[in-house]
Design a protein around this ligand. Structure first.
Ligand SMILES: CC(C)(COP(=O)(O)OP(=O)(O)OC[C@H]1O[C@@H](n2cnc3c(N)ncnc32)[C@H](O)[C@@H]1OP(=O)(O)O)[C@@H](O)C(=O)NCCC(=O)NCCS
Length: 195
């Protein structure tokens, strides 16, 4: 799917980057794919983010516990994070509905880290993460002019590994991670996609 310069050019033609007056619109673009839109979060997204962060299955895939804080405390945290200009958060919108979240963060050494989740389980395995990661990689490498996008996932997360591999990420190592979901140790696999 992601096979070189011709594909980059096609992707670049497809992506329309626009400016928008949202929470941190000063430096976050709107990225449009064929079936989804990546846009900056707005206050109306808080309840979606909260429901995803309370979902035990999503928490387990991320090695976290589901959040226990109240909606109002979570709202304060989300809004602060979404205004933080050192992190770029995108809501994945499918058919005008918030359907997941992707984040570019930990900007250092000419690169950044990418994280993604598709919120409703019924929307997983429909190609949305593949499309979103392709847009984000293009944005990070060719709009932000970074040299590398990094990612990681648990060794039993075959779906996420497949998404990274399809999009040209290569495995660069592995480590051991203590999951705060169940207090067990898991293998984490690290990936990189270089320009
Ligand atoms: C992981 C996640 C982001 C992937 O998003 P998605 O939209 O479901 O992924 P896509 O549909 O774009 O691609 C999934 C790929 O994995 C493949 N796949 C699914 N289950 C698989 C399995 N058990 N083994 C191997 N490949 C598998 C699919 O066939 C597809 O590949 P293909 O396009 O070549 O057919 C999403 O499923 C999710 O949010 N999961 C829960 C949270 C999570 O794991 N987040 C990542 C933490 S690092």
């Amino acid at each position: 799917m992601f096979t070189g310069d011709a594909d980059h050019a096609a992707t670049n033609r497809r992506i329309r980057t626009e400016r928008r007056d949202e929470i941190h619109a000063e430096d976050t673009n709107l990225l449009r794919g064929e079936t989804l839109l990546l846009r900056p979060p707005v206050e109306a997204d808080v309840e979606f983010a909260y429901s995803w962060d309370r979902d035990p299955e999503l928490a387990a895939w991320n090695g976290r516990s589901p959040i226990k804080s109240s909606l109002s405390a979570a709202r304060r945290d989300y809004l602060a994070r979404w205004r933080d200009r050192s992190v770029k958060t995108f809501i994945i919108e499918v058919d005008d509905e918030p359907s997941g979240m992707a984040t570019l963060y930990d900007f250092r050494k000419g690169g950044c880290e990418l994280g993604i989740k598709i919120g409703p389980s019924s929307l997983r395995n429909h190609g949305y993460a593949s499309e979103a990661v392709e847009l984000l990689v293009d944005y990070a490498l060719y709009t932000l002019d970074l040299a590398v996008v990094r990612g990681s996932t648990l060794s039993h997360n075959r779906r996420m590994q497949r998404v990274f591999e399809k999009l040209g990420f290569v495995e660069v190592g592995e480590g051991s991670i203590l999951s705060r979901y169940d207090n067990r140790r898991y293998i984490e696999i690290f990936y990189e996609r270089r320009r």
